[in-house]
Design a protein around this ligand. Structure first.
Ligand SMILES: Cc1cc2nc3c(=O)[nH]c(=O)nc-3n(C[C@H](O)[C@H](O)[C@H](O)COP(=O)(O)OP(=O)(O)OC[C@H]3O[C@@H](n4cnc5c(N)ncnc54)[C@H](O)[C@@H]3O)c2cc1C
Length: 479
């Protein structure tokens, strides 16, 4: 059996990881493979991956969040997963912007952006170079008081078109706005600019299967359809978890679930001090998403219109408008046979940012109508790029913030964890309750495929340090 049910699990593990998103999977694999711990990974859904999700309908395979990530994912996968996984990561060469302010294709890297900013936007080379230099020097521990708005105003005053070029893809990629700390923008944008946008050839299903095989090889026990209901605390330390009603002992727990649900529902805020409660209450959940998945009939083809298209009918760029219920801005990810070599199929996934509240309060009838409206408007927009495509589409379906909440349990169906302040709260959990750790999308920088996987590595190292020190203390006590 690949997966275990709650009844098949051992009574005790070194570490229990709650959630099989990219952060949870990475932390589990590193702790088992590099450090040799006895690791249990628990996922409430019937599929691993969290938001790195896929689903099959009528012969189509749709990817939920495989739209693009920075080149750094190759190094992370090679070091902490396998060479085979890293070798399947390939570049997307044709990224398009289509909006009333500009319309072109780009490789989405520093060289091409420099060329576009000079030749299309008529910015002088010195300013462009200074802008990129400033971003590259930004550091995690830098001053966080400067906002993205102030950064852009400093380099490109009054240039909403340039701001759209630089910001719109990042707003899609992690929900950030111009009021976010400039550093969070700078780090994510620079990651993309270093070498462009990458994808996993083979699809999300193949990636997660390879990750699952790697974890099993490294001895991780994987519990599926296993909802963790409680993290047990004894003598102010982690003592274990309750999963599907069964208690399992462990001296450390890594939650890959939503940070606020982890504190309030899994641990219980009665275990935290007043100061920390005040701090975590300030953490804002990031926005959610809507998507429309469209499958092209078997045997039909569509022309190459680009891999990723940032399209908008808004005359100017306003970050908050990207998530409006009636937004006129969406991205199309176009999957050609090259995405899943051997499977000669095409599909298109349209994504928009969205507010949970706009969808959560609709009754069943309103909800069904709203989803159909979203699908029809999206099909109409796609027709502008691929005239006649509706005749070729034999399946379409929409996901909303409610869908994302149902499958991942994230508050507000959050697609990208929390705003920046969530990172500190996430990183300091173990200072308040020894043995309690968090990993996964928080604070913009740690979200997305690369951010979540990298945060998994950081957390694995912290857990190892904790368990090593606990072991040393036990040895001293024995002497
Ligand atoms: C529509 C959309 C498009 C995106 N596009 C991109 C993209 O193109 N590029 C990119 O880099 N990123 C993208 N992202 C973001 C990226 O997918 C996420 O940031 C990343 O996958 C999150 O990983 P994570 O480790 O935070 O865990 P998550 O994926 O959030 O997974 C958490 C897991 O924990 C499980 N869980 C929670 N609570 C419990 C519990 N109590 N018991 C058991 N299990 C539990 C959940 O079921 C889930 O599997 C996109 C996201 C969305 C929604």
């Amino acid at each position: 059996m690949l997966y275990k049910s709650a009844d098949d699990l051992k009574d005790r593990y070194d570490i229990a990881v709650i959630g099989g998103g990219l952060g949870g999977l990475t932390v589990a694999n590193v702790l088992a493979k590099k450090f040799g711990y006895n690791v249990l990974l628990l996922e409430h859904h019937f599929q691993l991956g969290g938001l790195a999700a896929w689903f099959k309908r009528k012969g189509h395979i749709f990817d939920v969040s495989l739209h693009g990530f920075p080149v750094g994912m190759i190094k992370t996968c090679r070091r902490y997963w396998s060479k085979e996984i890293a070798d399947s990561i390939v570049q997307l060469h044709n990224i398009r912007f289509v909006n009333p302010q500009f319309n072109f294709s780009t490789t989405f890297d520093k060289n091409d952006f420099t060329e576009k900013m000079i030749n299309v936007f008529k910015i002088d080379k010195e300013t462009v170079d200074r802008f990129f230099d400033t971003l590259e020097k930004m550091n995690f521990v830098d001053d966080q008081s400067k906002t993205v708005r102030e950064l852009f105003e400093e380099f490109f005053p009054g240039r909403n078109d340039v701001v759209r070029l630089l910001m719109e893809p990042i707003s899609y990629a992690n929900g950030s706005t111009l009021d976010e700390p400039a550093i969070s923008y700078g780090i994510v944008f620079s990651n993309f600019m270093s070498k462009g946008v990458y994808t996993f050839q083979g699809g999300t299903d193949v990636l997660i299967k390879k990750m699952q095989d790697e974890m099993l090889k490294n001895g991780v026990d994987i519990g599926m359809k296993c909802l963790v209901e409680k993290i047990n605390i004894k003598d102010k330390k982690v003592d274990g978890i309750v999963v599907n009603g069964r208690e399992i002992k462990c001296s450390s727990v890594v939650s890959n679930g939503n940070i606020l649900s982890t504190i309030e529902e899994l641990v219980g805020k009665e275990h935290f001090e007043e100061e920390f409660i005040k701090e975590y209450k300030q953490v804002r959940i990031n926005n959610s998403s809507c998507q429309v998945y469209m499958g092209i009939k078997e045997g039909e083809t569509i022309e190459d219109i680009g891999d990723l298209i940032f399209t908008s009918e808004e005359p100017t760029f306003v970050a908050q408008k990207l998530r409006d219920y009636d937004t006129k801005s969406r991205t199309f990810s176009v999957y050609y046979p090259k995405t899943r070599p051997g499977l000669n199929r095409y599909s298109v996934v349209a994504s928009t940012n969205a507010n949970y509240e706009d969808w959560a309060n609709l009754n069943d009838e309103e909800y069904a109508k709203a989803k159909e409206k979203l699908c029809l408007e999206t099909l109409e927009c796609l027709e502008k790029f691929l005239p006649g495509v509706r005749e070729k589409i034999d399946y379409y379906e929409a996901a909303t913030p409610k869908t994302f909440k149902r499958y991942t349990l994230h508050r507000g169906g959050s697609s990208f964890g929390t705003k920046f302040e969530g990172l500190k709260v996430s990183m300091e959990l173990d200072k308040h309750i020894p043995g309690l750790f968090h990993t996964g999308s928080v604070g913009i920088i740690m979200s997305g495929w690369l951010g979540a996987a990298n945060y998994g590595v950081i957390t694995a190292n912290k857990v190892d340090k904790f368990l090593f020190e606990e072991g040393e203390k036990e040895k001293e006590n024995e002497v």
